[in-house]
Design a protein around this ligand. Structure first.
Ligand code: URA
Length: 241
């Protein structure tokens, strides 16, 4: 491993976020090879022993990778100050895992979790265009014009959303609602809801059913499994393209 900034390496080991690692360094809580570090510029590699509050953090750290079918009313974070159930509460592990990206509190479906910071960074990098597929129930029957607008690229906060696929799954004329499948390659928060809002349409229900080649067909709501080595390698390999 090449030399990297200490705060980045601490985050990559899954101990805490980069920002919190910076705070710990400033508070003189971090030691490298037994020496207290006080500035943020220090670079380390995997041979350096890092300890925080006297506890070594990079000895025998095993990376874990999970795929979860998130239920509604579960928050995509590690902790919640309002005491709501988080995605990490649903997974039985001692590892300090966290979700890769977010699904809204009321969105269900596929979410990945890990304690491997490199893996998370790679998957979340904007240049890494992994396809994410959503099923959305919306409160309007889209017109041809609406569909063309979506395909052309509707701007959300000054940037067009690149919709790779849009499939009509069901039309309910009585209820004036529609179920659509939308595939996008970006990860901005609330992006599907914001995209439809630009057309004056509300998303009534949202579920992520696909993430690259992964799906959650084998997982009931709230169930999870470890990713296989093959899947992890395939995701890393995709990233290098
Ligand atoms: N887009 C949204 O609006 N919400 C999600 O949870 C995911 C994508």
């Amino acid at each position: 491993m090449q030399m990297e900034r200490l705060q980045k390496v601490i985050a990559n080991y899954g101990y805490t976020s980069r920002r919190k690692a910076e705070e710990l360094i400033k508070k003189k809580k971090v030691m490298v090879n037994g020496k207290i570090i006080t500035e943020l510029g220090v670079k380390v590699d995997t041979n350096d022993i890092i300890s925080i509050d006297g506890v070594i953090i990079n000895k025998d750290i095993k990376h874990e990778y999970y795929i979860l079918n998130k239920p509604r009313e579960v928050i995509s974070s590690v902790t919640d100050e309002n005491g709501r159930i988080t995605v990490t509460d649903l997974i039985n592990t001692e590892a300090r895992i966290y979700p890769i990206g977010r699904l809204d509190y009321d969105t269900t479906g596929l979410i990945l979790l890990t304690n491997d910071g490199d893996f998370a960074n790679v998957l979340m990098h904007p240049s890494y265009e992994i396809e994410k597929t959503y099923i959305a129930k919306i409160n309007k029957i889209l017109s041809k014009e609406d569909i063309n607008k979506i395909k052309k690229g509707i701007k959300v906060e000054n940037r067009a959303v690149d919709v790779k696929k849009l499939k009509i799954k069901k039309i309910d004329k009585e209820k004036n609602s529609m179920i659509v499948e939308v595939t996008i390659v970006e990860g901005r928060n609330h992006i599907i809801k914001k995209l439809f809002k630009e057309l004056g349409v509300e998303v009534l229900k949202l579920s992520r059913i696909g993430y690259g080649f992964l799906d959650v067909k084998d997982l009931k709501s709230g169930e999870y499994r470890k990713l296989t080595i093959k899947e992890i390698k395939k995701l890393f390999a995709l990233a290098k393209k």
